[in-house]
Ligand binder design. Structure first.
Ligand SMILES: Cc1cc2nc3c(=O)[nH]c(=O)nc-3n(C[C@H](O)[C@H](O)[C@H](O)COP(=O)(O)OP(=O)(O)OC[C@H]3O[C@@H](n4cnc5c(N)ncnc54)[C@H](O)[C@@H]3O)c2cc1C
Length: 457
């Protein structure tokens, strides 16, 4: 096998020196392990960084960041590798693959968990549920905690306990100059603010400290409605999602039945007392679901219930916007494009953001989208590369057609490579403050393989 040197300008001997200084692994292009390490969830992404470091600990990260800075290599960072934009792997530069840092420690008495940057949701959920506790995260257990938390993190507990980023008590981070900092409300408060919604712009987080909540068996499952009621349920859903109690969190989807008619389904998670669930779910049940399987469910089981919908090796192209309601014209568009979906693996998701997550002050963390709303996610997923144009075309046309009805802003974690204007829409009114924090902690924009905030003084 031919081992390629990392880059014409990169002296192989300095790469060797870095490799021998690490406790973890280093992969050069062509070496065994390199291709596996650069792989991410979205099969459309095929980039080849000059060097990949799989750190064993925070000290390895510090060495790798220092090396990258000294050799003018941009740094890309892979947590769980699930971001569809694929920024976890840079087209060149140094990539950090944090998959070797999945350690989770629980302090049940203090309701605190400390999780390494490579942990997946499942790692944290399994560890916390052993004590009847949970950190609010997302709804697919194979996603990485790092990217999800840094961009916000909307999941089954957002109504009752807020976003993942709202529950970060502290984090350890390596900044572009190789400093290892702990950030919290009392230490480097600006950086602590910025990493809760500002993404991976500010340094490499080596571990997150989460506030935990008691979470036992939840009442969860799916309700799906007959095709004749789709229009009526679509009109009802945003209003109900905005007004239901904090304990009820929902994620809906629009698909097609065997006859090609659009059908609406909603997965619910009730995290309050089981006796009160009937009252909370009654408005949905009054709409006459054809299927109603809401049952006591183990929380870890709920978290992995949708994993199979996202097999590895698929191509993905996503477009997302927030909505506060669906007008009659918007519903017409939804129904039209749902029936034109080119791949059966694709979907139209309607994730509810509400309750505690919606009531946080928009400036209190870097995540600005604080009001009850629905994130409409046009999710194209297909396996055959020959079908790329058709699937991407469908998602783009659908997105454009929905824009006249959309609210402002976009969720940074579901953003693709969509240009500066959309990045600004993701950070909203918090952009300028983020840019000032960026200028202090990463003036050279070493961390730019992300939804990038440009450093300004
Ligand atoms: C199948 C699927 C389901 C999803 N479900 C949800 C959901 O329910 N709720 C929700 O809110 N979102 C959801 N998302 C979106 C998800 O939040 C983002 O894709 C998120 O970026 C994934 O995190 P990751 O660590 O796996 O990503 P990665 O691709 O590894 O990282 C994404 C970016 O985060 C930054 N980053 C990663 N690790 C670090 C680190 N240690 N330090 C600094 N920066 C870092 C980097 O900029 C990187 O480019 C889902 C995505 C997928 C693919």
């Amino acid at each position: 096998m031919v081992i390629q040197t990392p880059s014409p300008s990169l002296d192989p001997s300095v790469v060797d020196d870095l490799s021998s200084a690490l406790r973890g692994r280093l992969f050069r292009p062509g070496e065994f392990g390199y291709d596996e390490a650069r792989k991410v969830f979205n099969a459309m992404i095929d980039r080849r960084p000059d060097v990949i470091v799989r750190p064993a600990d925070a000290e390895d990260i510090r060495r790798a960041v220092t090396f990258a800075r000294e050799n003018s290599l941009p740094v890309s960072i892979k947590g769980g590798g699930h971001n569809v934009a694929g920024n976890a792997v840079g087209a060149h530069g140094l990539m950090l693959d944090c998959s070797g840092m999945k350690n989770v420690q629980i302090d049940a008495a203090r309701l605190v968990a400390v999780a390494g940057a490579g942990a997946l949701l499942a790692d944290l959920d399994v560890a916390t549920q052993a004590y009847g506790l949970a950190a609010p995260l997302g709804v697919v257990s194979v996603t990485g905690i790092a990217g999800l938390t840094l961009g916000g993190g909307i999941g089954w507990l957002n109504g009752k306990h807020g976003l993942a980023c709202d529950n970060v008590l502290a984090a350890d981070i390596v900044t572009s100059d190789g400093e290892m900092l702990t950030v919290s409300p009392d230490e480097h408060a600006d950086l602590y603010w910025a990493i809760r919604g500002g993404g991976g712009n500010f340094g490499v987080v080596t571990s997150f400290t989460y506030r935990l909540h008691p979470v036992g068996t939840v009442l969860a499952g799916a309700l799906s409605f007959p095709a004749e009621r789709t229009r009526e349920v679509l009109r009802f859903y945003p209003e109900f999602a905005a007004s239901c109690s904090d304990e009820l969190s929902m994620s809906a989807s629009l698909g097609c039945d065997a006859a090609g008619r659009p059908v609406f389904g909603v997965t619910v998670c009730w995290s309050g007392g089981h006796d009160e669930a009937e009252l909370a779910l009654r408005p949905l049940r009054d709409l006459g679901p054809a299927v109603d399987v809401v049952l006591p469910t183990d929380y870890v089981g709920l978290q992995s219930a949708h994993d199979a919908d996202f097999p590895l090796g698929q191509n993905h192209y996503w477009k997302s916007s927030f909505f506060t309601d669906f007008t009659a014209d918007a519903i017409d568009m939804l129904l039209q494009f749902a029936t034109e979906m080119p791949s059966a693996a694709s979907g139209v998701g309607m994730q509810q953001l509400h309750g505690v997550a919606a009531r946080v002050d928009p400036a209190a963390t870097a995540f600005p989208h604080r009001r009850s709303q629905i994130e409409l996610l046009i999710l194209a997923q297909w396996s055959d590369p020959a079908e790329t144009e058709r699937n991407v075309g469908w998602a783009r046309a659908f997105f454009e057609a929905m824009q006249p009805f959309a609210a402002s802003g976009v969720y940074v974690n579901d953003l693709g490579q969509e240009g500066e204007e959309r990045v600004r829409a993701a950070y909203g009114a918090n952009y300028d403050r983020l840019a000032a924090v960026k200028a202090r902690f990463d003036p050279v924009n070493l961390f730019r393989s992300n939804q990038n905030v440009r450093p300004i003084a």
